[in-house]
Design a protein around this ligand. Structure first.
Ligand SMILES: Cc1cc2nc3c(=O)[nH]c(=O)nc-3n(C[C@H](O)[C@H](O)[C@H](O)COP(=O)(O)OP(=O)(O)OC[C@H]3O[C@@H](n4cnc5c(N)ncnc54)[C@H](O)[C@@H]3O)c2cc1C
Length: 533
């Protein structure tokens, strides 16, 4: 199907803007700011009552306890090309960050721990206690990080065009020679397990780094996932982690304020149900309350690929439509938000109270199962638990002396077929959430005795709650689509359209489903904003 029937019923509600943006995820707001700077008029339409999508901060438990609903670590946003450009304007609108010097740690069953922070000597001391050889390797990786990260970072912030890739390849050859360039290519294709095994001998170092693949969609054995543990570990060591002062939504509030100041608008409570097109050209959107809103130059959809296919009803390129319809989502996430009387009393050591993240994922094998079981529809027996301690870094998020805890459980199935531990009979999230949250809290309690006694209030969020809040998180998939090789880079979301264009003139796609994909790094919104202006 290429054209829809004429939609004469709904009435236009305002003179057309240059751009209509569907959804107010951070990529939409980033793109809006590029367009406004180029003199476009812009209107953002958001179905939820609050802008920001996966970047929202709310009192989810008790008054005065501000919890990041989803994303907590906004380092990638602070370090982005977009922020380098628009940072001063956003800071004038109130964007504020707090720095975490103690970035991430992992605790192990034998009561030990390993962590990474900005103090190289302290990191090396901890590594030397595990393996002298690993300490040498860590130092060598630290020495080479800036040059390597420039190549990898350059790739992640470039459009997926042969010309850009050829330019990057040429620069890599000039700096690293053939051998060095092939080594970088081999590294880029490696799974976390491949790289961690050939690099470190300590199981603990391997286990502490590997969860950074799990944050995206890279279990230990997924090809091309090695980049994520590497970038997080050495990036955090080099520059620390950034959280939002008062909550991750500091960046959303500042961008909305700046959009408004530049004459644009962000309208919440407005769901777009259809994109109208005629003669291969996108013309207007239809909202759930029956309005027809036209755009002069661009309709930009920050929606999941399946939703985009439904909203257009088909484009002139059947392969593109099929690609959107068969786009594969990753397993889901459960979030548990706690209001606490004190930070957890970590069995492995009081130093852990200083870390932004403490992860419970004892080995690569446990992580591999915690991924594979949800893929098979099973609640994982030993899920990966990322314990965010935002108030260790930013006490302003809770009343004095009190704390919030952000528990991210990776991974879980969106549709439950059973329980890998054979203990939870429920196969719907309404009944399974409570016993599954109990399993998670039991595991945390083993590492932080007394945790349950410190809980003042709790809010559990199932994968379906995440999707109900933001339909881009299909089945609770926090990254809006698997990032495995067949669906990444040139193929994200569909080959030929990784730059956010679509087969319809005037219709563009942005957000985590489009290259360079998920994270708060603003990549898709930046690349599209630059393409259009
Ligand atoms: C639980 C969780 C934890 C995460 N943790 C981190 C982290 O710590 N650090 C990090 O860097 N990344 C993290 N991420 C990933 C990151 O937050 C996301 O990849 C990123 O925020 C996605 O931004 P986006 O611009 O693609 O849009 P989204 O944030 O997905 O927002 C899309 C918006 O579009 C709206 N929308 C959709 N359809 C319509 C429609 N038809 N009409 C109107 N509006 C519509 C939605 O309501 C939503 O507000 C996390 C994600 C989740 C879910």
């Amino acid at each position: 199907m290429t054209d829809q029937p004429r939609h004469d019923q709904p009435q236009p509600d305002q003179p057309p803007h240059d751009a209509i943006i569907i959804g107010s995820g951070h990529n939409s707001l980033v793109c809006a700011l590029y367009l406004l700077r180029a003199g476009w008029s812009v209107r953002v339409l958001e179905r939820a009552g609050t802008p920001g999508g996966a970047v929202k901060t709310q009192e989810l438990t008790l008054p005065g306890f501000r919890h990041d609903w989803a994303a907590m670590n906004i380092t990638n946003f602070k370090n982005s090309a977009f922020y380098a450009d628009f940072g001063p304007a956003l800071e004038a609108q109130g964007a504020e960050f707090v720095a975490a010097d103690h970035c991430f740690a992992s605790v192990f069953e034998d009561g030990t721990w390993f962590g990474v922070g900005t103090d190289l000597e302290a990191n090396l001391r901890r590594i030397r206690a595990l393996s002298a050889k690993d300490a040498e390797t860590w130092q060598a990786l630290t020495d080479g990080f800036a040059a390597r990260a420039a190549v990898v970072g350059g790739l992640m912030s470039s459009p997926m065009k042969w010309t850009s890739l050829a330019g990057l390849g040429f620069n890599a050859l000039r700096q690293h020679g053939w051998g060095g360039t092939f080594d970088i290519a081999r590294f880029a294709l490696s799974s976390p397990r491949d790289w961690l095994h050939r690099t470190f001998e300590s199981e603990q170092i391997r286990a502490a780094l590997a969860p950074w693949g799990m944050h995206v969609d890279y279990a230990p054995d997924i090809a091309s996932g090695a980049i994520f543990p590497y970038l997080e570990a050495f990036g955090d060591q080099a520059g620390g982690m950034a959280l939002g002062k008062g909550g991750a939504d500091t960046i959303i509030r500042a961008m909305v304020a700046e959009i408004t100041a530049q004459g644009g608008s962000v309208e919440c409570g407005t769901e777009v149900t259809q994109i109208l097109h005629e003669g291969g050209k996108a013309q207007a959107v239809i909202t759930a309350d029956g309005r027809r809103i036209a755009a002069e130059k661009a309709i930009i959809a920050n929606v999941a690929p399946g939703a985009l296919a439904r909203m257009t009803g088909g484009t002139p390129d059947a392969d593109y439509d099929a690609g959107l319809a068969t786009f594969r989502h990753a397993p889901g996430t459960v979030m548990i938000h706690l209001a606490l009387s004190d930070l957890p009393d970590w069995r492995a050591g009081a130093e852990l109270r200083d870390y932004a993240y403490v992860t419970i994922a004892p080995s690569l094998d446990v992580m591999a199962l915690a991924y594979q079981q949800p893929l098979a529809g099973l609640l994982p027996e030993a899920p990966v638990i990322v314990v965010g301690q935002p108030t260790a870094v930013d006490p302003s998020r809770a009343p004095e002396g009190k704390h919030t805890l952000w528990l991210q459980v990776r991974m879980v199935p969106g549709d439950i077929k059973g329980d890998a531990a054979g203990q939870i009979a429920a196969t719907d999230w309404t009944s399974a959430l409570e016993p599954f949250a109990d399993r998670v809290l039991d595991i945390v309690e083993r590492h932080a005795p007394g945790l349950r006694g410190q809980i003042l209030d709790m809010r559990c969020v199932s994968p379906l709650d995440l999707e109900a809040d933001n339909p881009n998180l299909v089945g609770g998939d926090q990254v809006c689509g698997s990032h495995h090789l067949s669906q990444n880079a040139l193929f994200r979301p569909v080959r030929g359209y990784s730059d956010g264009t679509t087969p319809l003139e005037g219709l563009y796609h942005t957000g985590a489903a489009v290259w360079p994909g998920a994270s708060t790094g603003a990549g898709p919104g930046t690349l599209l904003g630059q393409l259009l202006t």
